[in-house]
Write a protein of this length. Sequence first.
Length: 202
Amino acid sequence: MVSKLDDIIQKTDQIAKGFSLQDIQSELALVNSDWRRIIEEDTWRYYKWIANLVKAVNPIQIVELGGQFGVSAIMMSSQMTQGQLLSVDCDADWRFVDDRHKRIVKVVSESVAFAETDKYDLSTTDIWFFDTTHWAEQLLLELRAHQKHFKLGAILLIDDIHMGGRDMEKAWELIPWERRELNELHYTGFGIVQINSLDIRL
C-alpha cells in the first residue's frame, strides 16, 4: 500500500522534472559561484528537491533549524506562495539573504531553546528542516524539544543521516514516525519523516 508520505515524495519527484534554477535567478542573486556549483551537483541534489517539496505541499509555515548562509531557506522560500519560513540559528550570518526574500524570517536563537518561543505559533508548521550540528545527540534534543509542536501530517527533513562518526544513523533509527531514506539526494544521506500519529513520542 502506498502511504501519504510516498505520495508526497512521488509528487515532488514529478514536479522536480520541470524545475529549473533559471526560474529563481532573482532569489539566487547573492549566492556565490561556489555555492551555485554545490546546488547544481547531483551529490547535493536535496537543495533543488526541497524547493520542489515546498511546491508539492504548499506550506503555511516552515521552520528551519540551522540557517548558515541561507541557501536552503532561499531554495524553499522560492516556492512558497503563502506564509513564512523561520530560519533559526544562533550564529548564522544568512549572507545570501536580503530584503528580496520576503518570506524568510531570520531568528537568532539556539535550536532547542526555540521550542519555548512565545513569538511564533510553531504548531502551524507544515515542514521542519533539522540541519544544525549533524550530531545524533543534538538532533535528538531538538526532536524531543519540538515534538510537542508537531501536527498530524507535518513533514520533517533531516540531513546527513549517514554522516560518519556522529551516530546519526542511530538517531535516525530511533525516530518513531513514518520515515523514508532519500539518500540519492545527498551523499551523506537524507531522510524525510511524516508525523502519522500524535500519540507517538520520541
